[in-house]
Design a binder for this molecule. Structure first.
Ligand code: CA
Length: 231
């Protein structure tokens, strides 16, 4: 028998919570839940979950705070935020705090299951076998998500490394935002908010890998096409 992957779902609306618990049990997960931020945080910090689904608006402690506290302890814990609305501010906030993905309510269950599986599969993407990623003078320890050989190392999110790996394995050509969303995020059809998400990630990456983020030498924009990583 294979061991089931364990999920934690933190959601205070009981109808949504019960629905999610049922769906993920149906899809073969071992599911734990919390309907309150305080209990959710305690459980989340136990480090026993393959992935955490985290609502934003919760009693006692909100989802952003929980995400932040998890990241202080564990940079690798996969987290998907359930945002109440597709507000760009919420999304940016969630991603800045280190969530791996977000999904806006109301969401389709099929899409949520797909996102969960995409985040869980990420460690199998090509490139993850390479422990050190080098871009220009920047060397990144991809297991520990941190820059090497510098006094002030930048840390990287898994999503950021996925973007770099994908661009690196296609460095002979520019890659469009839509392709990145499809291949790295696992989205089927991107909307405007989502393509903006790509730009936010690229801007963050440039601040970490470029000497002058305003004049990028490695992670360049190809006008009308997308982004390219110059080898
Ligand atoms: Ca809520």
């Amino acid at each position: 028998m294979t061991t089931k992957l364990k999920l934690l779902i933190v959601e205070d609306e009981s109808a949504i919570l019960q629905g999610l618990v049922d769906v993920f049990i149906f899809h073969g997960f071992d599911v734990d839940s919390a309907d309150d931020g305080k209990i959710g945080l305690q459980k989340a910090l136990s480090r026993e979950y393959a992935l955490i689904l985290l609502d934003v608006m919760l009693p006692h402690i909100d989802g952003f705070t929980i995400c932040n506290k998890i990241r202080e302890q564990d940079k690798q814990q996969p987290i998907i935020m359930l945002t109440a609305k597709s507000s760009e501010e919420d999304i940016i906030m969630g991603l800045t705090l280190g969530a791996d993905d977000y999904i806006a309510k109301p969401f389709s269950v099929r899409e949520l299951v797909l996102r969960v599986n995409t985040v869980l599969k990420r460690s199998e993407l090509p490139g993850y076998a390479t422990p050190i990623l080098q871009i220009g003078k920047v060397e990144i320890d991809t297991a520990n998500l941190i820059q090497l050989n510098t006094d002030n190392p930048h840390s990287f999110s898994r999503r950021e490394l996925d973007i770099l790996f994908f661009l690196q394995s296609h460095s002979q050509r520019p890659v469009s935002r839509e392709e990145l969303l499809e291949q790295v995020w696992g989205y089927k059809q991107a909307d405007v908010i989502e393509t903006r998400t790509v730009d936010i990630h690229i801007a963050k990456l440039r601040r970490k890998i470029e000497i002058d983020p305003k004049q990028p030498k490695y992670l360049v924009t190809v006008r009308g096409e997308g982004y390219r990583l110059v080898p």
